[in-house]
Design a protein around this ligand. Structure first.
Ligand code: PMP
Length: 369
């Protein structure tokens, strides 16, 4: 018998129970072909620093000969650059193939059967997929659209590891370092503060690392550093935590180009301060415009807005769903999370450049005014 794509093969009986039970993560749509205004996955509308491109070219050399050789297993260039950037030791840094890789390492190392994980709901919908695949229970702690959650509920959850997305995604609101300190003081397990959007926020939690050995701060190059296509992230933590994560990761989890690209990006603070300031400026302008149209917009400290469409005086899940489709018909992609009552009447709108946002606002006004 020849095997072709048409053959039916029931593989499920061979699949590990946890993997069979867990539905896959659904990433935001990545449309192929041009003409789209893509405001759905919080990418950066600006190119990365020219120093990043230089570093990649330098690593490739004349003929790419360096690619014959395996990269540094520890991603040393990037660990050292991140350590310098944050004023910690390289032993307190682990690099990942995107911060998703780091999150997966954390789940594998610190959760499993009988070792539940916890997260805010709503927050990043990858966490429960990773814990499900690892046969770990995920405990969800409610957070309101105003950013209120019960720290005692986290403390009493019985979880071994708690993921706190700060600023929150998809809400965009930020929790103060004092609130995070309260969590760290009361909760007995590992606390991961996922700071994917922290470069757009007023404050971050890295200073708490000195006081709390159970704190892990994760960062990504996909948003502020305009390198989503390269897959680079890292985490800062106590050396004992890093050592544990190192045990779990792939031996060569970052390629050579990613290692030097990430290091070069951290070395160009001026360039990134410029594009982050511009994204924040546009974010605040778009927020004001939408509010003037009568929409509710959550206060954002990220590179996206959570906004509740109002059409002819009406809002709610049906209006948001319809508005999502209307934007898509006009080749504008945003993100809609209909399955959570906190998010069902909102759309999450990534901040593009000024021109993209002006086209977006014109399309919005055509429907609303
Ligand atoms: N954390 C949060 C909260 C995110 O929104 C994202 C992006 N989807 C990530 C982590 C992952 O980013 P990356 O794997 O691209 O570094």
């Amino acid at each position: 018998m020849s095997v072709s794509a048409e053959n039916i093969f029931d593989v499920s009986r061979f699949v590990a129970d946890a993997v069979r039970r867990q539905p896959a993560y659904t990433p935001g749509e990545q449309p192929q072909g041009g003409g789209w205004i893509k405001l759905n996955t919080n990418e950066n509308p600006f190119p990365p620093s020219p120093r990043v491109i230089e570093a990649i070219r330098r690593e490739l050399g004349e003929n790419g000969a360096s690619l014959r050789l395996y990269p540094s297993p520890e991603s040393s260039p990037l660990r050292e650059a991140a350590a310098k950037f944050h004023g910690v030791s390289p032993a307190q840094v682990i690099a990942g193939n995107g911060s998703d890789d780091v999150l997966n390492l954390l789940i594998r190392a610190f959760s499993g059967p009988g070792k539940p994980a916890a997260m805010l709901d709503p927050s990043y919908s990858l966490y429960p997929v990773l814990s499900g695949l690892n046969a770990a229970e995920m405990i969800k702690i409610q957070v309101t659209a105003e950013g209120v959650f019960d720290v005692d509920a986290v403390a009493d959850s019985g979880a071994n590891i708690f993921f706190l997305t700060n600023p929150n995604a998809p809400l965009g609101i930020a929790f103060s370092p004092e609130k995070v300190r309260d969590v760290l003081t009361k909760f007995a397990g590992i606390v991961v503060v996922d700071e994917a959007y922290a470069p757009f926020a007023e404050e971050d939690c890295t200073a708490l690392l000195k006081e709390f050995p159970a704190l892990v701060v994760s960062r990504t190059f996909s948003k502020a550093y305009a390198l989503a296509g390269m897959r680079i992230g890292y985490a800062l933590a106590h050396p004992a935590v890093i050592e544990t994560l190192d045990k779990v990761r792939d031996s060569y989890n970052l390629d050579r180009l990613a290692q030097v690209a990430g290091a070069a990006a951290l070395g160009d603070a001026d360039y990134y301060a410029g594009i982050v300031a511009e994204i924040k400026r546009v974010r605040n302008e778009v927020s004001d415009t939408l509010k003037n149209l009568g929409w509710r917009v959550l206060p954002s400290q990220a590179n996206f807005l959570m906004a509740e469409p109002v059409v002819a005086g009406e809002s709610g899940a049906a209006v948001a769903g319809e508005f999502f489709r209307y934007l898509k018909e006009n080749k504008i992609l945003v993100r809609y999370f209909p399955n959570n009552p906190v998010t069902a009447s909102f759309l999450r709108i990534s901040i593009g450049d000024a021109e993209e946002m002006s086209i977006f606002l014109n399309i919005v006004k055509q429907r609303v005014l």
